[in-house]
Write a protein that binds this ligand. Structure first.
Ligand code: N01
Length: 547
């Protein structure tokens, strides 16, 4: 199957994106003798960690767990400096991986894939880039990440504003000096919550515009200790394997008790313990927090009380305390001094439910009843998650099928990996897979290995095309939906549900059944002769073999 030469216009696989998915995928495919071309819009590798350079950007998964497991040498030789790494260090890690495994030579940087059409006769994908290059690939693989299409709301008068504007997901590489400036931050999701404390230290004044308060837990971040790193490195083989079979791809101890079946003292003690440890372990304090509203409320109220004790202004504390949706059903935020920031004299909070933003003005913005002036506005307003980036490429499958048309009522995939009518198109951590509900590194490695297995299977069996059946796809869409509705997640207007994008269908997009369970399902599918997929033989190969 291999089209040998690199930099060729005919390759085995075109991979879009040189983030953690694209890098590992290229490494795997190249190691198996497949020719690949990777196209990356940025000037360097790193994906999400290349683009999201806003002040305070940091991973909310511990670095000993948020790192590749595929190379024992790599995981032994790399040293993290903090428990939760900051963006520059994670980017440096991605760059190190690219260099260490000699990946750069097959990556075209500053190149965007604009379109890909499936050619039925050739049984190949015709791929086009913004540099005018056209190439043909047997496999077309979107390794574009789930949260990569930045979203700036369509505020009236936006183009009138004369100051500087920034989106957290497209931060200038040279950094921004806010010293002495009056800053607006719009949005209080993970990005805003990380950026606000750092911006507030620098700027003269920060006004935060909040639509929905978010639950945020302290990271309790600190320097990596020799002992802690050793405890992982000495046991990496077993610990990585354990990660792969957990619910979220993270090893964190679930306390297997119901929050409603313990005493109030026990509950408070457990929440305090987890709060002090830091990070998302808090959500595993009890086994029913994400499935039972009353149990959830006990955790939510604990967090609200923490906010009330941190934030000195009681009215502000109440505004910051989320009350309208269960804790954990929007992506939990992990912060470093977020609520404490509201005790600063130079930070103001504006509730835009009470006084909505009416329009941008040349000098700032107007809410109902008040006019603000700013030197810069930071949009921490999120992303068109999970589907936005897939839709940006003009992908045409069989008979001109497109993803936006096919998915008009919500994403339709089998296993979050493939979608019918788009043969040999793979999505790494696509909608319908655990993806954003998990430690992405674990899910990326699993999907890359799965895609690689599929491609090797096809080479071994002289198969030209692979595609899910309609029945398999229907089954999976129903299953993803059904599992989501056994939890409290659909109760929140989250980006998981597409709720942050006007007009986007409200469907719970990721698979919430758990990383371990999902892996088992995928393994069973493969063991059962790729149940739910149909293949077409490579007739050219077969004819050549017969001659
Ligand atoms: O984006 P978000 P994010 N008017 O969508 C508000 C990952 N991540 O970039 O909640 C006014 O969460 C919006 O309000 P509302 C992580 O998975 C990880 O912060 O829709 N406000 C919300 O407050 C995360 O979940 C890390 O009512 C508007 C905010 O903007 C995901 O990326 C760090 C508005 C958007 O929050 C996205 O996080 C950063 C409007 N028209 C991100 N539209 C770590 O690993 C939106 N908002 C730590």
């Amino acid at each position: 199957m291999s089209d040998q030469h690199s930099q060729s216009s005919a390759v085995d696989a075109v991979i879009v994106g040189a983030g953690f998915s694209g890098l590992y995928l290229m490494h795997r495919l190249r190691g198996l003798g497949f020719s690949t071309r990777v196209f990356e819009a940025g000037t360097d590798v790193g994906g999400t960690w290349y683009w999201n350079r806003y002040p305070g950007a940091r991973c909310d998964v511990e670095s000993m767990q948020y790192s590749y497991s595929f190379s024992e040498e790599l995981q032994q030789e790399w040293d993290w400096s903090e428990r939760f790494s900051a963006q520059p260090e994670i980017l440096e890690y991605a760059q190190h991986v690219a260099d260490r495994f000699d990946l750069r030579r097959d990556i075209d940087f500053e190149t965007t894939v604009t379109g890909a059409q499936f050619d039925e006769a050739q049984r190949r994908w015709n791929v086009e880039t913004d540099k005018g290059e056209r190439l043909s690939a047997r496999f077309f693989i979107m390794a574009t990440g789930c949260i990569s299409t930045a979203q700036i709301p369509d505020f009236e008068g936006l183009s009138d504003y004369r100051g500087a504007t920034y989106h957290t997901g497209h931060w200038p590489h040279e950094g921004v000096d806010f010293t002495g400036q009056r800053i607006a931050v719009i949005g209080t999701g993970s990005s805003g919550i990380q950026a606000i404390p750092v911006v507030a230290e620098q700027a003269a004044h920060v006004t935060v515009f909040q639509r929905t308060p978010n639950y945020s837990l302290p990271s309790q971040n600190g320097p990596m200790t020799e002992d802690y790193a050793r405890s992982w490195k000495d046991n990496y083989t077993a610990l990585r394997e354990e990660q792969r079979h957990t619910a979220k791809g993270n090893i964190r101890e679930l306390n297997n008790e119901s929050a409603l079946k313990v005493t109030e003292e026990r509950r408070a003690e457990m929440y305090q313990k987890r709060w002090d440890i830091g990070g998302a372990a808090f959500l595993s304090s009890f086994n029913d927090l994400l499935v039972d509203r009353d149990a959830n409320e006990t955790a939510a109220e604990f967090v609200r009380d923490q906010i009330r004790s941190i934030v000195k202004n009681p009215a502000m504390a109440e505004l910051l305390a989320a009350k309208d949706y269960p804790i954990g059903t929007k992506r939990i935020c992990i912060d470093s001094g977020y609520f404490e920031t509201y005790n600063r004299d130079n930070v103001e909070l504006v509730d835009i439910n009470d006084t909505p933003i009416e329009r941008m003005t040349p000098d700032g913005l107007n809410t109902s009843g008040r006019s603000f002036e700013f030197d810069s506005i930071v949009f921490a307003t999120g992303f068109d998650a999970m589907t936005g980036t897939l839709y940006k490429v003009d992908i045409q499958g069989r008979d001109g099928a497109t993803l936006p048309r096919k998915w008009a009522a919500g994403p339709r995939t089998y296993l979050g990996l493939m979608t019918k009518d788009f043969p040999n198109l793979f999505m790494i951590t696509g909608p319908g897979s655990p993806s954003v509900l998990s430690n992405m590194m674990v899910s990326i490695e699993q999907h890359v290995d799965l895609v690689t297995d599929c491609i090797v299977h096809m080479r071994d069996k002289d198969l030209a095309l692979m595609e899910p059946t309609l029945e398999a796809e229907d089954y999976w869409v129903d299953h993803v939906n059904e599992v989501a509705h056994t939890t409290l997640f659909p109760l929140a207007a989250s980006w998981y549900m597409g709720a942050n994008i006007p007009g986007k269908p409200r469907i719970f997009m990721p698979y919430i059944g758990g990383v371990g369970r999902y892996r088992k399902i995928c393994n069973d599918v493969v063991a059962d002769d790729y149940r739910g997929f149909r293949f077409e033989a490579d007739t050219a190969q077969a004819a050549a073999a017969a001659e």
